[in-house]
Design a protein around this ligand. Structure first.
Ligand code: AMP
Ligand code: ZN
Ligand code: FE
Ligand code: FE
Length: 294
């Protein structure tokens, strides 16, 4: 007998197309196992997992194609300083040349910065290699979690999370190297111009590092942002409530997503979801491509 499907829509999940550990087809099977009705595939700076996911669509599951774009905004108290942030983009035209070019630039910069991080670690006597990190990333967009997995394999740290320390590759850590990021207002306009819908991922996740202020979120709304991801593992109850308040003030949708990374992180698929009403409004705004229904 098929599992009864709860009407859950998890709008944030990663695959091996970036730093997740499930192949796109496995991600969809995991969504079925979690009894989700809808899942989005949102790899970092790439649509590389879309084709495999579309070809492996299980019956009864709807997939929202997307990506999570690496962006920055000037800090409100000191515009010479950049604050990193993540923009979820859904239902954009994957062929639209300006956004495609921007994703390519972000991915290329991920390669050179990962090479530089590895070179720094190697120079300090850490027994890993660029070949190894490349292989761990496969054809996917390379990220710090791949470097972290090499550090685990070398016995330098016991698990991936431990590599995100000030002594290693945490933000601003000893071996950390910046990657290229898109100015967020420009990114929102690019997503919109490609027919897509933009949602600010984990906007108030202070434990991940510095977050932007309300004025930046208001400017993002004015540039065409559609929603705020209020329900996310890195938001405590106060942050979720504040995100809901901001969304209400700015006329934005409220979304939720697990930010599933497979074995790379402990949050299960479906841990956070988006209401049917918000999903419907989001889908209505997406003009660059359609969701895939199996
Ligand atoms: P990057 O985009 O290459 O700078 O790497 C950042 C990614 O590393 C995030 O999107 C997360 O997927 C992952 N990450 C960040 N902090 C941690 C952590 N403490 N443990 C495991 N993964 C992490
Ligand atoms: Zn990630
Ligand atoms: Fe993110
Ligand atoms: Fe993510």
């Amino acid at each position: 007998m098929p599992h009864p499907r709860v009407p859950g829509a998890d709008l944030h999940a990663h695959s091996t197309a970036s730093d997740g550990t499930d192949r796109p087809a496995e991600l969809l099977q995991a969504a079925l196992a979690a009894r989700l009705a809808v899942v989005a595939i949102t790899d970092h700076d790439t649509t590389g997992g879309w084709a495999e996911a579309a070809a492996a669509l299980p019956r009864g599951l709807t997939v929202v194609p997307g990506a999570e774009l690496s962006c920055f905004a000037p800090a409100e108290d000191d515009p010479s300083r950049a604050v990193s942030l993540h923009l979820l983009a859904y239902l954009f035209d994957p062929e639209e040349p300006r956004l495609a070019q921007a994703r390519r630039r972000l991915r290329d910069s991920r390669v050179t910065r990962a090479e530089r991080m590895v070179a720094g670690l190697v120079a300090a006597g850490v027994p890993i290699s660029w070949e190894q990190v490349r292989e761990l990333a496969g054809t996917g967009a390379v990220g710090r979690p791949h470097v972290a997995r090499a550090l685990v394999a070398a016995g330098v740290v016991p698990e991936v999370g431990a590599a995100f320390s000030p002594e290693l590759i945490a933000d601003g850590g000893r071996f950390y190297v910046d990657k290229e990021e898109l100015p967020v207002l420009e990114a929102i306009r690019l997503v919109r111009a490609a027919g897509g819908v933009a949602v600010f991922a984990h906007p108030l996740a202070a434990r991940r590092g510095e977050v932007v202020g309300d004025a930046t979120i208001a400017a993002m709304a004015a540039a065409g942002l559609a929603g705020l991801e209020a329900d996310h593992v890195d938001h405590d109850p106060a942050a979720r409530a504040r995100a809901r308040g901001l969304a209400a003030d700015l006329g934005l949708l409220v979304t939720g997503g697990s930010d599933y990374h497979g074995r790379a992180k402990t949050v299960p698929l479906g841990a956070h979801t988006t209401t049917a009403e918000a999903l419907e409004a989001l889908l209505a705004q997406g003009q660059g491509c359609r969701p895939w229904s199996g």
